[in-house]
Design a protein around this ligand. Sequence first.
Ligand code: FAD
Length: 352
Amino acid sequence: MYDVVIVGAGPAGASTAYVLENSGYKIALLDKEQFPRTKPCAGVIPPKVYSELEIPDNIMERPLEGYRIFSPSGAMVQSSFPTRGLIVRRERFDNFLIKRLKNQPKRIRVSRYEIKKEFVEVGGKGGSFRTNLVVGADGVNSVVRKISGINDCGKNRSSDMAVAMQYEISLSKERVDDMIGNWFEVYYSIPYGYAWISPLKDAVKLGVGGLSPSFKKNCKKNLDEFLKRKDIKEKISDGKIVRTEAHLIPMRGPFDILTADRTILVGDAGGFVFPGTGEGIFYAMKSGRIAAEVIIQAIKEQRFELKFLGTSYTEKLKKNGLTSLRKVDFVERVLSSPEKAEKYLKRLKLFS
Ligand SMILES: Cc1cc2nc3c(=O)[nH]c(=O)nc-3n(C[C@H](O)[C@H](O)[C@H](O)COP(=O)(O)OP(=O)(O)OC[C@H]3O[C@@H](n4cnc5c(N)ncnc54)[C@H](O)[C@@H]3O)c2cc1C
């Protein structure tokens, strides 16, 4: 019998586990993958994460100075971070978060979840675990969200999910230095979405993401068209595509319903991403730590029912500003048309 079983060992699950095991609780961390494992991502770690963690230099692909944002007409706004951010490869960064833990992930693809009066039984091929509480940290396609029934309540709609696709393109370090440097480039050139170039040591991640049904149908075509643009081609000429990745990003902020009896969702499983930019690592880690605080209180008071978990989680998320992510309407205000994106960047330029 465990105090808590955490399904998914990405940034959300690893952060939840870190707080709980350091508070003395008996936890099991389950993941379907063997670590180190990769996750489709541009690898941008903002200063707010970098300043909270002592990230060793060998995890860093590049230090990050800030963003360069390009309007549909090609105007550019440079926005510097107040302090350093960094670019990482997720296989290394996520593995670094795991290595800080006493409980290493057990390799199990969770497919079963059965709620009993005194406990939940959760597991899959390879093992079953009895626990007081389950944390769904299993990413955007969360199985915990589906099998616990949370998916059937609220408005967790597929139209809120952006589809993203990116190429990893190998380039010499000198070429990346010259053409992109230590800047994350964002292109507002796709209605209801955007394109990006993220610089690694000797490669770039070049991707597109969008919410509209027509974009989703033609995601790869949009990516190839972006790659063929004259200005982009110039930046990455001589490059070779070495990897293609695709994944979903929740783009409308945290879902309405985030808890069930004995169950809490964190990270992408709960939709904790900054709408519009797709930034999720910081919010995954933060929602994980907040959920851990709720769990500690729940175990102390032996209150595992939906009402207690729901109220306490919502209160703490609100206090930490995470529910306000739902109100960010960046997609409609800025990304919905080239004209709006152009206007927004002109305004930004005035103030930068
Ligand atoms: C193309 C792309 C680019 C992005 N770029 C950035 C960026 O530059 N910066 C940023 O901050 N965010 C970025 N994001 C978002 C970011 O990747 C996510 O918000 C973040 O990974 C969420 O962390 P998580 O721990 O919630 O989920 P994940 O990192 O997805 O981890 C979930 C874990 O659960 C495991 N799992 C899944 N199902 C099961 C199961 N049934 N049983 C057991 N284990 C399971 C998986 O193996 C995985 O290890 C990007 C997303 C995409 C798609």
